[in-house]
Design a protein around this ligand. Sequence first.
Ligand code: BGC
Length: 358
Amino acid sequence: MADLFQRSIEIILQNQSASGAYLASPNFATYRYCWFRDGAFIAYAMDRVGEHASAARFHSWAAAIVNARADIVRRVVAKADRGEPLHAADILHTRYSLDGTEAAEADWPNFQLDGFGTWLWALGEHWRLSGAHLPDTWLRAAKLVADYLTALWPRPCYDCWEEFPDRIHTYTLAAIYGGLQAHALMEGAEHRATLAEISRFLHTQSVVDGHYVKFVGSREVDASLVGLAIPYKVVEPYDPLMRATVAQLEARLRRGGGLHRYAADTYYGGGEWVLLTAWLGWYYTHVGEREKAGATLRWVEAQADAQGQLPEQVSTHLLAPDRHAEWEARWGPVANPLLWSHAMYLILYRALERIDQG
Ligand code: BGC
């Protein structure tokens, strides 16, 4: 594909609704919704390529969703302060229909905190990169989300792959950390104590055998751990613990050119994820590994189809080949295009450009 950069922008813009929401994937029924997680990364990519108006439309959509649920947030924060158990009605959902209503299936694993941290982080980046004044309604929503995360961060929740609900996930905590940090910068909000607690928790509970692990109590790695350094900066990219973690990811989760999510992944047989491979490349651009970063970009580009679409995952080196067919039968072929894949490609492309331009 000659110009995957332009094509990626085009696919993202085509699949942004008038409300500002980004569809996770237009051709995959289960993903015809907007997730805070995917949407936040997509908005950041749009800011990186100068499409600030698109990012602003997304943030406006996200802020409206949160502000419409201010009562839920206040109630759950009070419950958490009293140490009470939470029920399904107490939490913010993870994905929404384009008009901002909650998605229909009641049994979706909705209690996921990472996307809200990522949203705060992306909002901070929008502010920094666009130089725009943030409307009061957005700041009101940001404060609600910060309160929500401050109250709930120590609780187990579903991870960024919407699995393992009874665990405390390293990536999730990093996303919350990055979000609260951004909120502190944007608003001068005081999150020092929570940030220090999360950081201490991660360094004591999420490290085994000299590297970070997928969740507390696990010995496994997960590709999302890259996020600890880039973009959430709960640890420096050059930190030996981070380098050791990335070395583990390379050794355990990269058999072909692409990166898998985690060793026991069976979703669509556990393929190589385009967005994670680009994310690893993004990390490499931060530690001066130009060659390695360039190789991830080339691998991602090679996964685009004739229409310049990037899928969620590719099935050339499956970890669990016998589990592929059951997912195809259930939900159809792998999601393609996945907007988050295009977003991570754009982010990596820009990061490489920055290195090359010195
Ligand atoms: C992934 C999530 C993602 C969602 C929409 C799920 O299969 O596990 O991380 O947010 O798809 O792309």
